[in-house]
Design a protein around this ligand. Structure first.
Ligand code: SF4
Length: 512
């Protein structure tokens, strides 16, 4: 290729990062950035309206940033699909080569390559810039032929690689993980910092109009749109987290409270996953807070582990095991997604609260996702692929790469134990301890049998019974199995009969 070749860099909706690797080393005079809003792509799943607003508005704002930085941008707003604007772009700009940063979703690189090939051009793909680990680093951990590696092993490798929270070769504070300090239940009368004021930017206002026009039937409400859509606003939002919330994030990260969806959580994941913030810059700021005594190590380590531990681990699992991984269903779960995951109409107070939050914000914090929404799907036996899709389209930070390992693996144990050695299954006991939901519920969190018993209880024990043979081979489940086996036979029969009625109701599409 001649040195003066003109280049098109194709940037898609979740690649709005100033570190986009496809731009690296290019001459701005001889490069055009192509950005296309495809309505067909946005209809592939019934995405939450706020998610579509976030992506369209961020793309428009990022195009402005690129223009201010001297790039030529060919932006196609509100188009039916990718193919026609791509053809128009090629006809007008006549690029000699095409580049794009690696897509985050399996199979899309090949789709883009095929689309560009129709115009007789190759597509060069550069590495994804919003992750710090590589597939080779992940693969090294399997060198001795292990079938799986734990997140903890991978996380320590990432700590050493980045130097985050390291004192020489040792972890800061003498331990890698301070989770034991991070499991406090909520306290009565807790007060939380107010939400930072994020002005509604013109691109967000326009994107709201677009979404209401084309996607009125999609789930969720837009409401007061308070998600940053520019890098400047994203940085201000992060400032607020570090100043107001990080110190208490760790101890209360598993707590849940009615009417308080955020508590001390950062809500930065939508901004990281769309490209506005980089995980490393956030981890460095968190470490600075610890080193300058503004936040305790347990909070900072918990935050850093979410980003360079879990987030990177999930990314690597996705790319190592796709596409087969998405089809896994090790526990043979086959119920449809319950009706209340669409309309929130249920007598279960914890579920009602979670769905109200998700409809309003397109977000809920990780324990609500894992132990209310996910745990119920696990113990009831909801189809893993349908559940993965639900989490993907309902959450503003949800993408295929995030949700496949998180839902198939961590949440539903449908991968047979690759991501987690033990299913995250719990009865009402856990929910009652970590939240205030049960006080406002018509079900009894302490009852295991009877029509007033909390559905989580009957379903939990029935889940253990349904999978007794499989779990017998898992030493981490032995205590639970002993507990089940030691129960009175009559009680066990009642639990199973009640669970069967609940599951039959769900199979018919009824509510609980
Ligand atoms: Fe949820 Fe059961 Fe508690 Fe009701 S009693 S809020 S269903 S855990």
């Amino acid at each position: 290729m001649a040195r003066n070749a003109t280049t098109t860099v194709w940037i898609t909706g979740d690649q709005c990062t100033p570190l986009n690797s496809a731009l690296a080393g290019l001459d701005r005079e001889r490069t055009t950035v192509l950005m296309i809003e495809s309505l067909a792509r946005a209809r592939q799943q019934p995405y939450h309206k706020r998610k579509l607003v976030l992506i369209f508005a961020t793309m428009r704002g990022f195009a402005d940033d690129l223009r201010h930085a001297g790039w030529n941008v060919d932006y196609h707003a509100e188009r039916d699909d990718f193919a026609t604007p791509l053809a128009e772009h090629v006809a007008q700009h006549r690029p000699q080569r095409f580049r794009t940063m690696a897509q985050s979703e399996y199979g899309v690189d090949a789709d883009l390559r095929a689309a560009v090939a129709k115009h007789g051009l190759d597509l060069e793909i550069t590495p994804h810039a919003n992750f710090i680990s590589t597939a080779a680093e992940f693969a090294e951990l399997f060198a001795r032929g292990q079938a799986r590696v734990t997140m903890e092993t991978f996380y320590r490798k990432m700590r050493r690689k980045t130097g985050l929270l390291m004192d020489g070769n040792e972890p800061a504070g003498g331990a890698w993980n301070f989770d034991a300090e991070n499991r406090l239940p909520p306290k009565k009368g807790m007060r939380f910092p107010p939400e930072p004021r994020i002005a509604l930017r013109p691109h967000a206002r326009d994107a709201i109009v677009l979404v209401e026009k084309h996607f009125a039937e999609h789930p969720g409400t837009i409401g007061t749109f308070d998600i940053p859509v520019t890098r400047a606003d994203a940085l201000a939002y992060a400032d607020d987290f570090f100043a107001q919330r990080l110190a208490n994030f760790g101890p209360y990260e598993d707590a849940m409270l009615a009417g308080e969806p955020r508590l001390y959580h950062s809500r930065l994941s939508p901004l990281i996953n769309v490209g506005l913030l980089h995980p490393l810059e956030l981890c460095e700021r968190a470490e600075l807070a610890y080193r300058s005594d503004r936040a305790p190590l347990a909070s900072v380590e918990g935050f850093v582990r979410q980003l360079i531990g879990w987030r990177e681990f999930i990314w690597q699992v996705y790319w190592r095991l796709m596409p087969e991984y998405r089809r896994r269903n090790a526990l043979g779960a086959d119920l449809p997604v319950p009706s209340f995951y669409r309309d929130g109409d249920t007598d279960m107070a914890c579920q009602r609260e979670a769905h109200a939050t998700v409809r309003e914000l397109g977000w809920a914090h990780h324990i609500v996702r894992l132990m209310i929404l996910g745990n119920f799907a696990l113990i009831a036996g909801i189809d893993p692929q349908a559940m993965t899709d639900w989490f993907w389209f309902m959450f503003v930070d949800g993408y295929d790469w995030v949700m496949v390992p998180n839902v198939i693996g961590m949440t539903l144990h449908a991968d047979g134990g690759f991501v987690g050695t033990k299913p995250y299954a719990a009865s009402a006991n856990y929910i009652n301890k970590m939240s205030d939901y049960c006080g406002g519920c018509r079900y009894d969190p302490k009852a295991v049998v009877g029509e007033g018993a909390c559905p989580y209880n009957s379903l939990y024990w029935d889940f253990i019974a349904r999978n007794e043979e499989r779990f017998a081979a898992n030493p981490r489940m032995s205590l639970t199995l002993r507990n089940w086996r030691g129960r009175d036979a009559n009680v066990k029969a009642q639990i199973r009969a009640r669970a069967q009625r609940l599951r039959d109701t769900l199979r018919r599409g009824g509510k609980l």
